[in-house]
Write a protein that binds this ligand. Structure first.
Ligand SMILES: Nc1ncnc2c1ncn2[C@@H]1O[C@H](COP(=O)(O)OP(=O)(O)OP(=O)(O)O)[C@@H](O)[C@H]1O
Ligand SMILES: [Mg+2]
Length: 446
């Protein structure tokens, strides 16, 4: 079934490219005063019918474009993607628009190629406006406004999605790819939080139904706010969502984006969002509190610029057509007016003892030899650690055991937990270890 669908998608697109190639060939001929032959016209008529038939069935375009695009919108999309799908069509377009030497078609070329009557051209320019479905869904990039001689390109990643090619658009400027791809079963959270995360996914997977088919309001995003103490799994949950979609997760490093030069930060942000436009990915911004809490408090000139950047960032996040996750450790400092701007707000609690037990079970290396005293439910009940600290302690304990050349035991785990608690920089006493205290090796410095 799946293979049959893919085959029909490929046939559909093959007809599209052949039709565009023939239209370009006929146009090239007519520019030299040559009329299309009867055979060419018959072939064109047949291709036209095949294209219409496939489009009616939703074939070909459905992997990248929403349902319900008009014939003109699909014609424009096909012409814009054609040079990347079939490079010979790119060379042909280039030879047909010597004034704009680009393999991508200009509106002027589209008008000729699709044999539009003068009264039809306003529709063509309507298809290219910012609010049009092609641009709103991140399918095409129009650099020249309504300039008829500026080429129109497919948005990065669109051709790759359509043709099932790997997306080689490359990394995002100012962002770091999070490589982990955990599954839902790895995520330890109360069931209502898991449900909220799954609802966030619905905003992505069912957008075509709600917005295009049902006429629901398209408010961009979705934008989610994940709040909670450090190490409670906010980034981990974002990675679970990304893995569920089969999309990459990019963590935006604000340090790399924010420049001391006025105007540069804005340019960096624009570069990031322009690059992300139309690509299937999740963007994650950490420390959202530092972005929002400052808003409105202009104390000195530098703050004023910081505020301008914040407004610009917010505007770009809100108009971005793709999932964005903001994380914060300090929900309380967030302007409550902002909470309403997010489609989903999820609070990540510190894990209770049952959750900690599950985390110890998952995070102790599964094939490490263990002593008989290692019991995850005892560990879960013993010390109030976050998932991040349990991960660190579990790994550190494994290294201690490997270094000792012995199975992992409670002594290793207790020392690793002691080290983890000590990272806060506060004065520790063995009492902080609760029931683990008797297992702290004597040589561990206090
Ligand atoms: N709820 C959880 N479920 C499963 N694993 C968790 C959970 N919380 C933390 N972990 C583990 O701890 C690691 C660190 O968590 P993560 O980086 O997601 O924390 P965070 O909330 O993003 O912290 P920060 O606010 O410091 O960025 C994860 O990679 C994962 O191994
Ligand atoms: Mg994080």
């Amino acid at each position: 079934m799946e293979a049959a669908v893919l085959n029909s998608d490929r046939n559909c697109l093959a007809c599209e490219w052949e039709r565009i190639g023939l239209l370009a060939h006929i146009l090239a001929g007519s520019r030299q005063g040559r009329q299309a032959s009867q055979a060419e016209l018959e072939r064109l008529g047949m291709l036209q019918r095949q294209v219409e038939h496939f489009r009616c069935q939703g074939g070909g375009w459905r992997v990248a474009a929403p349902a319900g695009l008009s014939p003109m919108e699909l014609d424009v999309l096909a012409c814009v993607v054609a040079p990347e799908a079939e490079p010979r069509l790119g060379w042909l377009f280039q030879s047909l628009q010597s004034g704009a030497p680009s393999p991508y078609p200009t509106p002027a070329l589209l008008q000729e190629l699709l044999a539009m009557a003068p009264e039809e051209t306003p529709f063509l320019y309507g298809v290219l406006t910012e609010a049009s479905p092609l641009r709103d869904n991140g399918l095409i990039v129009v650099d020249g406004g309504s300039d008829p001689f500026q080429p129109i390109r497919p948005a990065p990643g669109v051709t790759a999605r359509l043709l099932g090619r790997p997306d080689i658009t490359g990394d995002l400027p100012g962002a770091v790819r999070v490589r982990a791809m955990p599954g839902w079963e790895d995520l330890v959270l109360p069931p209502d939080r898991v449900a909220m995360l799954q609802e966030f996914l619905l905003w992505i997977t069912h957008k075509a139904t709600v917005v295009t088919a049902w006429g629901g309001l398209d408010c961009g995003g979705p934008v989610g706010l994940f709040s909670g103490p450090s190490g409670t799994g906010k980034t981990f949950a974002a990675a679970v969502l990304a893995a569920g979609l089969g999309w990459p997760l990019y963590r935006v490093d604000l340090g790399r984006l924010v420049s001391k030069y006025i105007g540069e930060t804005e340019k960096n942000l624009n570069r990031l969002f322009d690059n992300a436009h139309g690509r299937s990915m999740i963007l994650q911004f950490d420390e959202a509190d530092s972005l929002f809490s400052k808003r409105g408090e202009v104390k000195e000139a530098r703050d004023r610029y910081a505020n301008m950047e914040v407004s610009h960032l917010l505007a770009r996040i809100e108009s971005h057509q793709g999932p964005v996750i903001l994380t914060t450790n300090l929900r309380k400092q967030l302007d409550p007016a902002f909470a309403r701007r997010f489609q989903v707000v999820v609070d990540f609690p510190r894990p209770d003892s049952t959750a900690r037990t599950r985390l110890w079970q998952r995070l102790l290396p599964p094939r490490a030899p263990r002593g008989p005293d290692v019991d995850p439910s005892f560990l879960g009940a013993a010390v109030n650690l976050t998932g991040g600290s349990i991960r660190n302690a579990a790994l550190h304990a494994a290294y201690l055991a490997a270094g000792d050349g012995r199975p992992l035991d409670l002594g290793h785990i207790t020392l690793a937990v002691w080290r983890e608690l000590g990272k806060d920089g506060r004065e520790l006493t063995p009492a902080d270890l609760g029931p683990l205290a008797p297992y702290l090796p004597r040589e561990a410095p206090c």
